[in-house]
Design a protein. Structure first.
Length: 471
């Protein structure tokens, strides 16, 4: 549930056990939607009205749920230390303690998966993965947007008909039917707030055998037509048609006005994919599925969007045939660009200039790398902080730093950050509190000479000197 427990917000605020002795609980799910299951002074837990960090987050919660939440002054606000927190009275009404800033250890939820449209044929499997970050770890929920009806909220390890939410927050729709089409919303919440992302699903009816496919002739469809953009000019009568998007290897709808300037328009999704998609055969076309079991082990699956094999966590049962024990086995079965020649990455400046223009500079090793379409995420174990102007990395302790990789071409990734065991020099920027690397960010293998040079920059305050000269 959204909000915070009193003693999480302020160590001198506690749940009074006398007033909540009849409201004992073990988890938030046992409480009302506006309540949290919080520790009380007797060492147990009780349901109590949620507190909010400040009025902004209170209003955001009220807006997201379409309800009214009012502030009630705190009846008792104790000032003695946390060693013996015994409030002298009872709290009869919901209370709201106000604080102007987020606690240092709270990070707002963020969803890193783009809301890409997905289209499947009737009877096939669709899946959406909602990748989130935040501290504490956000709770993920899924719901389908329904007009005139109350949405059913699904949490991890929840099954409803042919729809499953796995324990990692992946929504899987088995044996998709026409009524499964629609908008599926992933919401991530923690004590700092909440954020949502919408994932559209189209379910396409297969055409009956013997029925002609639009735009189909005995001659192959010209490949150059598939590379042309959708014809969006206005020539009168409008209809919804499908066009092929070569960068995403899929077909999407657009409004077609019969201008006939090119042939990249089709009556159905199937006709579009048959003409241009070069549709993959199973198992390479199937989504990667974790399955319902919890005997976790690393496996490999083919990502048709990125056109490459990726690692994923398999639960040990269920799933589908897009599941290989090694990268080599995956690449042997599915198409993979084996002879791709890439140019060397070019950072925006040499080492000293890049150091001065970056928001953070660290020495570390990449322990985990997640690839997405045109972006990704890397977990970096920080071994030395050389520069940190905006994140307060020294307070993280031994926690790995999550770095967002923007505008990535995974066929030729720049910066070339990998999960190899070598120590790296990583220089990046900070956007809205997130560590970010761009294709021209400075990332290189560390060496004794480079580290010595970087420490000299810090000790001699070279950046201040260069700033004075340029000023």
């Amino acid at each position: 549930h959204a909000g915070m427990c009193p003693n999480e917000l302020n160590p001198n605020l506690w749940v009074d056990a006398m007033s909540t002795c009849m409201r004992e609980c073990e988890s938030d799910q046992e409480c009302e939607s506006f309540e949290k299951c919080c520790p009380n002074v007797c060492g147990n837990k009780s349901c109590v009205a949620a507190r909010y960090i400040d009025k902004c987050y209170l209003d955001a919660e009220a807006c997201s749920k379409g309800i009214s939440i009012s502030e009630v002054a705190c009846r008792y606000h104790l000032t003695w230390p946390n060693t013996s927190p015994m409030p002298p009275g009872t709290t009869l009404h919901p209370t709201t303690a106000l604080q102007t800033t987020l606690p240092a250890d709270v990070q707002l939820p963020a969803i890193h998966t783009g809301p890409a449209q997905q289209a499947v044929f009737v009877g096939e499997t669709a899946s959406f993965l909602c990748e989130v970050s935040g501290k504490p770890r956000p709770e993920i929920t899924w719901e389908k947007q329904l007009k005139g009806k109350e949405n059913t909220v699904m949490r991890p390890n929840h099954v409803r008909g042919n729809i499953v939410v796995t324990n990692i927050g992946q929504l899987v729709i088995y044996n998709a039917q026409l009524h499964d089409a629609g908008i599926y919303t992933c919401t991530a919440r923690n004590v700092g707030g909440g954020v949502s992302s919408h994932f559209p699903l189209a379910v396409i009816r297969r055409e009956a055998k013997g029925k002609g496919v639009a735009n189909h002739t005995d001659l192959p469809f010209p490949a150059e037509e598939c590379l042309k953009g959708p014809d969006t000019d206005d020539c009168g009568e409008e209809s919804i048609s499908w066009y092929y998007e070569s960068k995403r290897n899929s077909c999407f709808t657009f409004t077609y006005s019969q201008c006939n300037k090119n042939r990249n328009h089709f009556h159905t999704y199937e006709a579009c994919m048959l003409a241009c998609g070069g549709e993959l055969a199973a198992p390479c076309s199937l989504p990667s599925l974790q399955g319902p079991c919890k005997a976790y082990e690393p496996r490999w699956a083919y990502n048709s969007g990125l056109k490459k094999c990726q690692s994923f966590v398999y639960g040990g049962c269920g799933g589908n045939e897009n599941n290989f024990e090694s990268r080599e086995a995956c690449e042997e079965m599915c198409p993979f660009p084996k002879n791709h020649h890439c140019k060397a990455c070019k950072p925006r400046g040499k080492m000293v200039n890049s150091f001065c223009k970056s928001d953070f500079v660290i020495l570390g090793r990449v322990t985990e790398l997640t690839e997405e379409q045109e972006s990704g995420h890397a977990l970096v174990t920080v071994e030395e902080i050389l520069k940190d102007e905006k994140m307060g990395l020294r307070f993280f302790g031994k926690e790995p730093l999550e770095v967002t990789l923007l505008n990535m071409d995974w066929n030729c990734p720049c910066p070339n950050i990998t999960t190899a065991n070598e120590q790296l020099v990583v220089m990046g920027d900070v956007h809205n509190g997130m560590a970010v690397l761009q294709p021209d960010s400075f990332v290189t293998l560390s060496s004794a000479r480079k580290i010595r040079k970087l420490r000299e920059i810090v000790q001699k305050k070279t950046c201040d000197f260069l700033k004075d000269i340029s000023g």
